[in-house]
Design a protein around this ligand. Structure first.
Ligand SMILES: NC(=O)c1ccc[n+]([C@@H]2O[C@H](COP(=O)([O-])OP(=O)(O)OC[C@H]3O[C@@H](n4cnc5c(N)ncnc54)[C@H](OP(=O)(O)O)[C@@H]3O)[C@@H](O)[C@H]2O)c1
Length: 329
């Protein structure tokens, strides 16, 4: 099969199309003929040699995809050959075929384009798990979503909107903030020109946000503690601003702040199955009737994985980039 290979750990120019053996569906797995694969920041790190795949996972990049089931292994009752699915995987999605545990696949609703579906699993599952399962976001609460125009951000805005939350978002330009408002955010904060702590407090009658969904990590932790309400939660899902910082535990304790963190890829198979099932039960019906929509910035051919990585590292994208693996360029 054709797959994207990393010549040497390094920049986007290291990504090339190559030939790899077809995967085989082992016990409990299916092999999917990939329609599209979503690009994630974790892929950029793996390309540079900083984020090796977990033991046993494919070394091919790519954590999510959509496509049609091509074969099923022993013990699989669903999905079946020919089904349209989207999937979460520990690696291997930048390819024509990918092997995945059946429990990490979900049927693609009829109304959703199969290419667009490749950009759904990672961000909708992450946002749903972070906001509601980990962060216990309640209807009507105030949430501050950092990076609102990103893949996770655009999913998180739509999910929080469904729960009647008051949604504050940060982004780096007026255009991106306008896109966030169009998706359902109430207020936009330009993190380049405004103080998000002061603005969050101002926009929440001085209380702060009940929940902060954070992608920056170290560089924002102190300010997130100032922006979150007493008894509030900070859910860290990214480290774009580093992973080492000091915390004032006194402030955390006095204000009863919960610091929660999570990552999807490293979870054991059993937990992934539970998370995917929660997504299928609570998010999929709204994707199927159009209340939630994938935000796809652009679709590039599989061969242009390097360009896709360059774009993701730039500030030019709103939502997701996906690689179309369904045609030979
Ligand atoms: N824990 C998990 O399981 C998990 C799963 C998926 C993703 N993630 C992580 O979550 C993060 C977001 O992922 P994504 O797929 O949404 O990436 P993305 O689409 O590239 O979005 C990242 C966003 O960050 C914004 N940003 C950059 N600097 C910022 C700052 N100082 N303050 C606020 N926003 C800022 C960018 O907006 P501007 O262009 O306007 O700067 C961009 O829209 C990444 O770090 C990713 O690795 C974690």
């Amino acid at each position: 099969m054709r797959a994207i290979v990393v010549a040497t750990p390094g920049g986007p120019e290291q990504l090339h199309i190559g030939e790899r053996p077809d995967p085989v569906a082992e016990d409990g797995q299916v092999v999917v003929r990939v329609a599209s694969a979503g690009i994630n920041r974790a892929d950029l790190l793996q390309r540079q040699g900083f984020y090796p795949p977990p033991p046993g996972a494919s070394d091919i990049l790519g954590l999510e995809a959509s496509g049609v089931v091509a074969s099923v292994g022993t013990g699989v009752t669903a999905p079946s050959v020919g089904d349209r699915v989207m999937l979460l995987v520990e690696g291997g999605a930048y390819a024509e075929l990918v092997a995945v545990r059946a429990a990490q696949t979900v049927q693609v609703p009829d109304n959703i384009d199969l290419i667009d579906a490749g950009g759904i699993p990672e961000v909708f599952i992450t946002a749903h798990d972070a906001l509601f399962t980990r962060g216990r976001l309640q209807d009507g609460e105030t949430v501050l979503i950092h990076g609102g125009a990103g893949g996770v951000g655009t999913a998180a805005i739509q999910l929080a909107r469904q729960h009647g939350c008051r949604i504050l978002v940060t982004a780096g330009s007026a255009e991106k903030l306008a896109r966030c408002i169009a998706l359902g955010a109430d207020e936009g904060i330009n993190y380049r020109t405004e103080d998000f702590v002061a603005r969050t407090r101002e926009l929440s009658d001085g209380r702060g946000a009940d929940l902060v969904l954070d992608i920056m990590g170290a560089s924002y932790l102190g300010r997130n503690m100032d922006a979150v309400a007493t008894d509030g939660r900070i859910v860290v899902i990214g480290m774009q601003g580093g992973n080492q910082t000091d915390i004032d535990l006194g402030v955390m304790m006095r204000r009863r702040i919960s610091l929660i963190s999570t990552t999807l890829r490293a979870r054991p198979a059993g937990q992934k199955a539970v998370i995917v099932a929660a997504f299928a039960a609570h998010v999929l019906p709204s994707l199927a009737d159009g209340r939630l929509q994938p935000v796809i910035d652009r679709v590039l051919p599989l061969e242009e994985a390097g360009e896709a990585h360059r774009l993701m590292a730039s500030s030019e994208v709103v939502g997701k980039i996906v690689l179309d693996a369904s045609t030979d360029a």
